[in-house]
Ligand binder design. Structure first.
Ligand code: ADP
Ligand code: MG
Length: 235
C-alpha cells in the first residue's frame, strides 16, 4: 500500500476572493498564517498542518484543481464558464463575490435600436464563451474581441460598440459614461473540488465542504430579482 496523503491544498486568488473566503475558511477551522496582500509567498501555510493555500490568478484556479495540483479551489462562475470543467466537481455556491455579467454600452448608444435593426455589433470581452452563447441565444451576429482587462475603455475609444463584463455597483460603468443594457446572468464564487481528490481524501475534504456549506448559508441574502436566470444554480 502506498503512502496515505491526508493533507489538502486549496487554490484561490487574492483580493476580493481571498477576502470573502477568509471568513468561510475560518468557519472551517482554517486560518492563513500570512496575508497574501502583504506576503510575496504563493504557498501559504495555515494554522492546520494538513491544509495549505496556494495563491493563483483567478482564471487559473480551475486549472490547478483540474490537474490535482490543488484539491479544492474557489473560483467565480464567470471563470468556471470559460473553463472546460473536466475533472471538477462544483458542489457549492459560496454566495460570495456576487455580481452580474452584463452587456454595457456608451450611455449615448441606443442598444435596443441596434438590436432591432439587426446591426452587427463589435463586442469586447474577457468572456468569449459566455458572450458567444448569449448573443447566439439572441440570434445576434456579433464580432467578439478578446481583451484581458479594462473592458470599459473599449467603447470609449471606438474599439467596440459594447462590452460583456462583470458589474456590481455600476460605479465603474458610470465613471466611464457607460450603461448596462442587458443582464446575462448572476455571478458568485463557487467551491470546486478535484474529483479524484474527493475520493482519496474524503475524510479531510468532506467535513470541510460541510463547514463551508454551513457558513455560506449565512451569506445567502435573498438575491435581487434578476432579469435572466440561467437555471444553473448549483445549490
Ligand atoms: P482579476 O482582475 O484577476 O480578474 P478580480 O479580483 O477582479 O481578479 O476578480 C476575481 C473574481 O472576483 C472574478 O472572477 C469574479 O468572480 C469576482 N468579481 C470580479 N469583479 C467583481 C465585482 N465587481 N463584484 C463582485 N465580484 C467580482
Ligand atoms: Mg478585476
Amino acid at each position: 500500500m502506498g503512502i496515505i496523503m491526508t493533507g489538502i491544498t486549496i487554490a484561490l486568488s487574492k483580493g476580493r476572493i481571498f477576502d470573502e473566503t477568509a471568513p468561510l475558511l475560518k468557519a472551517a477551522g482554517v486560518i492563513a498564517l500570512d496575508d497574501p496582500e502583504k506576503s510575496r509567498k504563493l504557498i501559504l501555510a495555515t494554522n492546520r498542518p494538513d491544509v495549505s493555500l496556494i495563491i493563483v490568478r483567478a482564471s487559473d484556479v480551475p486549472t490547478y484543481v483540474q490537474y490535482g495540483a490543488a484539491d479544492i479551489g474557489i473560483a467565480g462562475k464567470d471563470v468556471l464558464l470559460e473553463h472546460d470543467g473536466t475533472g471538477l466537481y462544483q458542489p457549492l455556491d459560496l454566495n460570495i463575490a456576487r455580481c452580474r455579467m452584463m452587456v454595457a454600452v456608451r450611455d449615448d448608444f441606443d442598444y435596443e435600436a441596434a438590436v432591432r435593426q439587426g446591426a452587427r455589433l463589435r463586442v469586447a470581452t474577457k468572456y468569449l464563451h459566455t458572450a458567444q452563447e448569449h448573443f447566439a441565444e439572441k440570434s445576434m451576429h456579433v464580432d467578439l474581441i478578446k481583451l484581458y482587462g479594462s473592458m470599459e475603455l473599449a467603447p470609449l475609444v471606438g474599439l467596440a460598440d459594447a462590452i460583456v463584463d462583470l458589474v456590481s455597483s455600476g460605479h465603474t460603468l458610470k465613471a466611464n459614461h457607460l450603461k448596462a443594457v442587458e443582464e446575462i446572468m448572476p455571478v458568485s464564487a463557487r467551491l470546486i473540488v478535484n474529483q479524484a481528490a474527493l475520493k482519496v481524501k474524503r475524510e479531510v475534504i468532506q467535513p470541510m465542504l460541510a463547514a463551508f456549506s454551513e457558513a455560506a448559508k449565512k451569506n445567502g441574502m435573498p438575491r435581487q430579482k434578476w432579469i435572466h436566470n440561467d437555471g444553473n444554480m448549483l445549490l
